[in-house]
Design a protein around this ligand. Structure first.
Ligand SMILES: Nc1ncnc2c1ncn2[C@@H]1O[C@H](COP(=O)(O)OP(=O)(O)OP(=O)(O)O)[C@@H](O)[C@H]1O
Length: 249
């Protein structure tokens, strides 16, 4: 396999990052297909969050390469990666609590991204239509006029995913999306993720194995900054090394 293959949404090769000599990501190679939902699992400190930090540009790699849609992005800034079509959701929601759900989605439309764009921004029919589509996807179509601060914890997480979807990203990264959610919110989040990975690649970091089973096309198991195992849920679950370092605990 080679990163010249244009069929990958994301091609990561020999990626390394050192913090004061400690390799949090150690020569890691990973390929994500278009429209693939990949779940990354592994014990605490395995390097999962650091991997997403490197992909989105929050942290700079010490070595190796990250290609997004066959374009080298390893050295470009975080905002430039967003413009190319990457979206990253962090664990704490960053919604505008005192604006309506509609407004939260509207201000996330790409033309509002620059200061000039935001000043000149008009809520056209295109924007309204996009807000409606995204609201359907995230299950908040009947909550558009509600103040976002009044949503439940789970609904706030979905709204934040919706704000990323407004930009129609081709790669979406989610770090523990069901943390703190009720059982029914977890079920709905699984359905939501299964819906939104139809048009884009999605990488999810998750610890809840029942949830992983419901969403993963493929699972990558990380350990000490490297990939320990990769493949279907069944394959990694029955891998003795994975049971030893992660699932058996
Ligand atoms: N900026 C940094 N400076 C120094 N060390 C760091 C930095 N970021 C991460 N690390 C270290 O890198 C290792 C991997 O951390 P990371 O948060 O990526 O693990 P993780 O797999 O996401 O763990 P968890 O499941 O607990 O979130 C840890 O040992 C962490 O202490």
């Amino acid at each position: 396999m080679s990163a010249t293959n244009t069929d990958f949404a994301l091609a990561i090769e020999d990626l390394t990052v050192s913090f004061d000599g400690f390799k949090a990501i150690d020569n890691l190679t990973l390929y994500i297909d278009k429209n693939e939902l990949r779940v990354v699992i592994g014990p605490n400190g395995a390097g999962k969050t650091t991997l997403l930090d490197l992909i989105c540009g929050k942290t700079r790699a010490t070595g190796g390469s990250i290609k997004f849609k066959n374009q080298e992005v390893t050295k470009i800034a975080e905002y430039q990666r967003v413009r190319l079509g990457m979206g990253r959701k962090f664990q704490t929601p960053s919604i505008y609590e005192n604006l309506s759900v509609f407004k939260n989605l509207e201000v996330s439309y790409p033309s509002g991204r620059s200061v000039l764009g935001a000043l000149a921004f008009k809520c056209t029919d295109d924007v309204r239509q996009r807000v409606q589509e995204v609201a359907q996807d995230i299950g908040l179509a009947d909550k558009l006029q509600l103040e976002a601060g009044l949503l439940s914890h789970g609904q706030k997480q979905w709204l934040e995913i919706g704000m990323l979807l407004m930009q129609d990203p081709e790669l979406l990264m989610l770090d523990e999306p069901i943390a703190g959610m009720s059982a029914s919110e977890r079920d709905q989040t699984a359905d939501l993720l299964n819906r939104i990975c139809k048009n884009r690649a999605v990488i999810v970091i998750e610890h809840d194995m029942d949830f992983v089973k419901r969403i993963a096309h493929k699972v990558t198991v990380m350990h000490q900054g490297k990939i320990l195992a990769e493949g279907s849920m069944e394959k990694v679950q029955s891998d003795p090394q994975v049971i030893d370092v992660y699932l058996g605990h």
